[in-house]
Write a protein that binds this ligand. Structure first.
Ligand code: COA
Length: 313
């Protein structure tokens, strides 16, 4: 087995592995990974995707890649296929991660590394991260079958909820930045620290197909009727033709505990139900107890526990 730079390869070399991975994402997460896979393959052909490939008898059977975002490195994916006459997949995953982590830590100007390994069980590949003093944050992947959603809590009369509009960008970024001040999720994703970072986050969600395709119809904002200002929002993407995924839900601290979060989720659920979606999923940090309690009350079930890792050098 050899581990080589991903940039030695073309999309034709990687495609069989990504087809395999697409099936795994579909089975574990009800997620259609094919859009992301196509994007990865385009980057591979352009020779601009840093990462490593595991090779056995001339074929790629595992890979991991990362991206540079300013002074931060983000581990984008890790996947190794199991198979007859192939080396042990878990061992290869750990080797690939060790290479990726070393490369990022030795990259000039990189002071932070983030990783979220949605398709890996919590702790399964934690060793190379913990050896390098990464922080580990367990996160839950929760799902709500849309047939049996609870009704929403009555909401404060001074709050209006309407559909997301392109013109909400700037105000939404300000709400996100304020909602995550001092929050555990801002330790996991440092984009939440600044307005420009929150705008980048929004841009990634709304304009790029990395985390499904943004679904404006099932995304909503909450407004203070009197002040006419934006105070909360929910963003939803389509991760499979009939599956929605909440990519963001937040409410300004001073407006919490009035049922606004509950109503935003109820509106998304109601819209998706009308359009015959079968499921809504989301991810939440285990330590975010209020949010976890809210989702449980709405009948979301934990389907998987995975890890987010963060390193600051
Ligand atoms: C999670 C979050 C969106 C919830 O928003 P919210 O508007 O406070 O949620 P709700 O009011 O619907 O429900 C939360 C609480 O209000 C209570 N509540 C609901 N309706 C209420 C009403 N009409 N009057 C009083 N309390 C009410 C609920 O019972 C619940 O109880 P709790 O205070 O013990 O948690 C909000 O806390 C937030 O923005 N957090 C930071 C960002 C975040 O963590 N997002 C989720 C990432 S996965």
């Amino acid at each position: 087995m050899e581990i080589l730079d991903l940039r030695h390869f073309s999309s034709a070399d990687l495609r069989p592995l990504l087809d395999d991975e697409t099936q795994v994402w579909s089975r574990l997460l009800s997620w259609d990974y094919s859009g992301s896979a196509e994007m990865i393959l385009r980057y591979v052909d352009a020779k601009i995707l840093p990462g490593y490939a595991a090779i056995e008898r001339g074929r790629i059977f595992g890979y991991s890649f990362f991206v540079y975002e300013g002074s931060k490195g983000v581990i984008g994916d890790l996947y190794v296929t199991n198979g007859n006459r192939l080396p042990d997949a878990r061992k290869v995953e750990l080797q690939l991660l060790t290479h990726v982590i070393e490369t990022l830590q030795q990259s000039p100007g990189i002071h932070r590394i983030e990783a979220q390994l949605l398709a890996h069980e919590a702790n399964a590949v934690a060793r190379p991260f913990l050896e390098q003093a990464f922080e580990r944050h367990p996160r839950l992947f929760m799902v709500l079958p849309l047939g049996k959603a609870a009704g929403s809590t009555p909401m404060h009369p001074e709050v209006e909820i309407r559909r997301w509009a392109e013109s909400d960008y700037q105000a939404a970024a300000a709400v996100i930045t304020a909602a995550y001040r001092g929050h555990v999720d801002a330790q996991i994703n440092d984009q939440y620290h600044t307005l420009s970072g929150s705008l980048r986050f929004l841009n990634n969600i709304v304009r790029f197909p990395g985390c499904g395709v943004f679904d404006a119809e099932s995304s909503f904002v909450a407004l203070d009727r009197k002040a006419k200002s934006l105070i909360g929002l929910i963003l939803c993407s389509r991760v499979r033709s009939d599956v929605g995924h909440v990519t963001q839900v937040c409410v300004l601290p001073e407006y919490r505990s009035r049922g606004i979060g509950d109503s935003l989720l109820a509106d998304t659920v109601c819209n998706l139900r009308k359009r015959n979606f079968s499921m809504l999923s989301l991810t939440v940090t285990e330590a975010n107890a209020r949010a976890v309690a809210l989702y449980r009350r709405l009948n979301f079930d934990t389907k998987r526990v995975f890890d987010a890792f963060v390193w600051e050098g």
